[in-house]
Design a protein around this ligand. Structure first.
Ligand SMILES: Nc1ncnc2c1ncn2[C@@H]1O[C@H](COP(=O)(O)OP(=O)(O)O)[C@@H](O)[C@H]1O
Ligand SMILES: [Mg+2]
Length: 143
């Protein structure tokens, strides 16, 4: 097994359910639905993570008022950003790695796929009941 596949398994091994939010079009409410599902599950007492892989227009940080927050590197990978002290909701977004939220990332092909792969393998989610993935528009390689 390749090293990154192994890490992907380790960091996702304690995630019980993965929900993928996708649609062929942009601006139809994917990020809004992602947010509502997450908040609904937290309300039910679940531990939830959101992975925002909309590399072209990550809106999740903005929606949770987390723009400008830093992602820290731990020994096992990136530590997601926790929305509040209850630690019931955490977020990882490409938006945290950009300097400003309007900065469009125009990555293609292998580079984009490598970034998504790294997102899957290198984030230390810990135990989660649900991981919700907000995707870019389309039904392409990233999905
Ligand atoms: N059910 C809805 N009714 C009306 N407007 C909505 C609804 N869901 C989302 N919107 C609005 O539509 C726009 C795009 O939503 P967004 O969730 O960012 O879409 P996507 O992630 O698919 O690009 C936002 O301005 C959002 O506030
Ligand atoms: Mg979106």
């Amino acid at each position: 097994m390749a090293e990154s596949d192994e890490r992907e398994q380790n960091n996702l091994s304690r995630v019980d359910h993965v929900i993928l939010v996708l649609s062929g079009k942009g601006g139809v409410g994917k990020s809004t639905v992602t947010r509502q599902i997450a908040l609904g599950l937290v309300e039910e007492g679940k531990k939830v993570g959101i992975l925002d892989i909309d590399l072209c227009g990550p809106s999740i940080p903005h929606m949770f008022s987390l723009t400008g927050r830093d992602v820290h590197q731990g020994t096992d990978g990136w530590i997601p950003v926790y929305v509040d002290d209850t630690q019931s909701l955490c977020v990882m977004s490409i938006g945290f790695l950009l300097n400003n939220k309007d900065e469009a990332v125009v990555w293609r092909g292998p580079k984009k796929n490598a970034m998504i792969k790294q997102f899957l393998s290198d984030v230390v989610w810990g135990q989660l009941d649900y991981l919700i993935i907000d995707t870019p528009p389309g039904t392409s390689d990233e999905h």
